[in-house]
Design a protein. Structure first.
Length: 211
């Protein structure tokens, strides 16, 4: 592992990287508006479940399989099929396209757009970083964006948000560890409340996030 490779991955997964990630809440906006998520404790619980059995787990497993050399087109088809709602599909495909486009603009190779974990996985193959490091940093970026969404949409201070993120580090590590031997046959998801919330988010009269 080289410092240059780690810095490149950190840049790709930084909030400053132009994916438009700040515009997506992964259905969290509806959960907050209906009172299911209302403080630091409930935000942490919601995000922990998202990591363990929802979108976080799915992305981690897809990323792991791509890093192991799985066919990118097949993994992209799977990623899109696993997007349970139109909004989830838009979230992963729009960010994945933005990621691929920005890497090209930085001088990287031109690759076909793909769902975000697939696009990141294909690009990260060339970095030769430990698989768990790539997955952990990806999940940290993923959940950091959702913490930021929670801080912006409900009365939760920055310090409280950072405390939530810090407490989720152990969950991130566990999910990353569990993804190391990922297979298509073993991939499951069961975050039903989050998925239903994502579907209902499409019909909110007023909303500030795309998803």
């Amino acid at each position: 592992m080289t410092d240059a490779a780690l810095l490149t991955l950190t840049q790709w997964l930084s909030p400053a990287f132009p994916l438009g990630a700040f515009a997506y809440s992964h259905g969290l906006e509806l959960a907050i508006s209906e009172g299911h998520v209302r403080d630091a404790e409930t935000l942490e619980a919601w995000l922990a479940q998202t990591l363990r059995v929802g979108g976080g787990k799915v992305d981690a497993w897809l990323l792991a399989m791509v890093l192991d050399g799985a066919d990118a087109v097949e993994m992209d088809d799977l990623a899109q099929a696993l997007a349970g709602t139109k909004e989830r599909w838009s979230e992963t495909t729009e960010q994945g396209a933005a990621f691929a486009r920005t890497v090209v603009q930085m001088g990287g190779p031109d690759r076909a757009a793909a769902a975000l974990p697939v696009a990141v996985g294909v690009a990260a193959r060339e970095l030769n970083l430990p698989k768990k490091t790539v997955i952990s940093l990806y999940l940290h970026s993923y959940i950091s964006n959702l913490v930021s969404a929670g801080v912006r949409f409900m009365p939760l201070g920055q310090s409280a948000g950072q405390s939530v993120l810090s407490r989720l580090h152990a969950v991130i590590e566990g999910v990353a560890e569990g993804a190391l031997d990922a297979t298509v046959e073993g991939l499951t998801t069961s975050a039903f409340a989050s998925d239903l919330g994502s579907a209902r988010h499409e019909a909110m009269d007023v909303r500030i996030f795309k998803t």
